[in-house]
Design a protein. Structure first.
Ligand code: ZN
Length: 256
C-alpha cells in the first residue's frame, strides 16, 4: 500500500484495508466508481490494457464510433460482436458481490460504473449508474424501439445489419466514441460531488469525463493495480486487485 498523506505502509492484510474501512466508517456511505479492473476478474478483457487490447489492432474511434455505425453499419456490427459478445455470458466475481453486500449494509450509497456488462446488478447492487451504457439492450435509430441486445446479435447470423421491425438500423445502447455522455452522467457527477467518500475501484482514471468524478469528489480512496493520475489526491491508495481487497473490506467492516 502507498499513501501520499503519510499513512504508514502495511502489507495487504486486514491491517492496510482497515485504514480504508475506517475512512468508510467515518465518511460513508461511499459512492463507488468502478472501471475495467473490476470486470477483468470475471474474465472480461480490458480493451485498453497494453499488450492485450483489441484497440491495438483496430482503431475504435474509426471503427466503433457513432459515425462508423452510420456510414459502415455492417463492419460496425461485425466488430462490435467480436469485441463485446463475451460480456453477455460473464458472471459477477467476488468484488461485485462485496460491493452489493456493502450497499445492503449501508456503507455504499451508489455504484457509478464505466463498465457495460451489467455485473453489478447481477451481483445484487441496487443503485447503479451506468455512465457508458450497457450491453442489455439495443435501440432503433429510426423509431426508438428498445430490444434486448441479444436479439440484435442473433440477427447477425442471418443478415449483416440488425434491424428493427420498422426497418430502421439497431444500435447498441452503449456510449460509442463520439457520442455525448448520457443524462445519467449528470446524476453521477452530483453523486461524486456530494459524496463523503468516492471509492475508485479498478479504474485507471484516464478516460474522460468519468475520470473527472475523481476531481469533484471531496474525499478520495483508490483501489487499483496500477498508479493513477489522482493517487496524490487520495487519502488511501491500495495497489491491489479489486476482488480480494473488497472482500477484505467487507470483513473489516464486519458485514460479511
Ligand atoms: Zn424501429
Amino acid at each position: 500500500m502507498w499513501s501520499p498523506k503519510g499513512v504508514a505502509a502495511l502489507d495487504l492484510a486486514c491491517g492496510s484495508v482497515e485504514i480504508l474501512a475506517e475512512l468508510v466508517r467515518r465518511n460513508g456511505p461511499a459512492v463507488v466508481l468502478t472501471g475495467a479492473g473490476v470486470s477483468t476478474e470475471s474474465g472480461l478483457p480490458d480493451f485498453r490494457s497494453p499488450g492485450t487490447g483489441l484497440w491495438e489492432s483496430i482503431d475504435p474511434v474509426e471503427h466503433l464510433s457513432a459515425k462508423a455505425l452510420r456510414r459502415r453499419p455492417a463492419e460496425f456490427w461485425r466488430l462490435f460482436a467480436v469485441a463485446f459478445a463475451a460480456g453477455l455470458g460473464a458472471r459477477p466475481n467476488v468484488g461485485h458481490l462485496a460491493l452489493a453486500r456493502l450497499e445492503a449494509a449501508g456503507h455504499v450509497r451508489s455504484v457509478v460504473t464505466q463498465n457495460i456488462d451489467g455485473l453489478h446488478q447481477a451481483a445484487g447492487s441496487r443503485r447503479v449508474l451506468e455512465v457508458h451504457g450497457s450491453l442489455r439492450t439495443a435501440s432503433c435509430r429510426r423509431c426508438g424501439l428498445v430490444v434486448p441486445l441479444k436479439e440484435a446479435l442473433d440477427q447477425l447470423g442471418r443478415q449483416e445489419v440488425p434491424e428493427c421491425t420498422c426497418g430502421g438500423t439497431l444500435r447498441p445502447d452503449v456510449v460509442l466514441f463520439e457520442d455525448p455522455m448520457p443524462p445519467v452522467f449528470e446524476t453521477a457527477w452530483r453523486e461524486a460531488a456530494s459524496a463523503g467518500l468516492l471509492l475508485v475501484v479498478g479504474s485507471s482514471l484516464t478516460v474522460w469525463p468519468a475520470a473527472g468524478l475523481a476531481e469533484v469528489a471531496p474525499r478520495l480512496a483508490i483501489i487499483n493495480r496500477d498508479a493513477t493520475p489522482y493517487d496524490n489526491r487520495a487519502e488511501v491508495v491500495l495497489r491491489a486487485g479489486s476482488g480480494q481487497t473488497l472482500t477484505e473490506l467487507v470483513r473489516c467492516l464486519g458485514v460479511g
